[in-house]
Design a protein around this ligand. Sequence first.
Ligand SMILES: *Cc1c(COP(=O)(O)O)cnc(C)c1O
Length: 260
Amino acid sequence: GPEVRRFEDAWSNKFGFRHAISVNSATTGLMTAVGALGVEPGDEVIVTPYSMSASATVALFYGGIPVFADLDPENNCLDPKSIEERITSRTKAIIVVHLFGHPADMDRILAVAKPRGIKVIEDAAQAPGVLYKGRPVGGIGDIGCFSLNYHKHIHAGEGGIVVTNDDDIALRARLIRNHGENAFEAYGITDIGNLIGSNYRLTELQAAIANEQLKRLDDILGHRQELAGYMTERLAVLDGITPQRISSLHTHAYYLFPVR
Ligand SMILES: *Cc1c(COP(=O)(O)O)cnc(C)c1O
């Protein structure tokens, strides 16, 4: 419908993603991403042990095997060295989470993944509008996901967005969102092996709300960053409390305010 299309265009234009594909949650968006990358039974998917549960479980929906790597304690995101240690001949993909809104170390993670042909999914549910070295997260790896659930920065009751700059991955994601059945011959797809989908569609009603919410995102992020800056300075003087610091190269969405 027109509201869904307007929202997808607005999201891709705002952040410069080639494709934005709306779905009914970030969880189904992550499932779509796993399917769009062609994860098959027995493939291993490296995941984080510290996130919302779907970040680790989604590989199972395509018969993939979640393999836990460890965190970098500075940013609470996957540690590239730990990822490298978990790679086997069966590793197909890595699901990186920009936890609490701090970007993961994408350059080092891609340096591990790309030469080996391993795909990278970015779970950016907590990080809409976050910049990693000036680039919006979600579009740095092969495919990314955002959430529009009630708890997130902006919401439409429920909802999600899948983003990618790759035309083939986008096409597969669009098909998976709609039962894998939508006129695949018309799109020039002849091989639909493992292209199992479902009804992951965002509704027109949700998209109409999301279109209005998106206009507020910059203000919401700015307000959180201002409050977090205030808290960071004042908590840092207390012994035993270490607020998370953010490099000037990146931004932080402060979905939560992590303190060690
Ligand atoms: C909220 C969240 C999800 C799931 O989002 P839904 O839209 O509720 O399915 C996935 N990953 C992370 C990191 C989240 O915070």
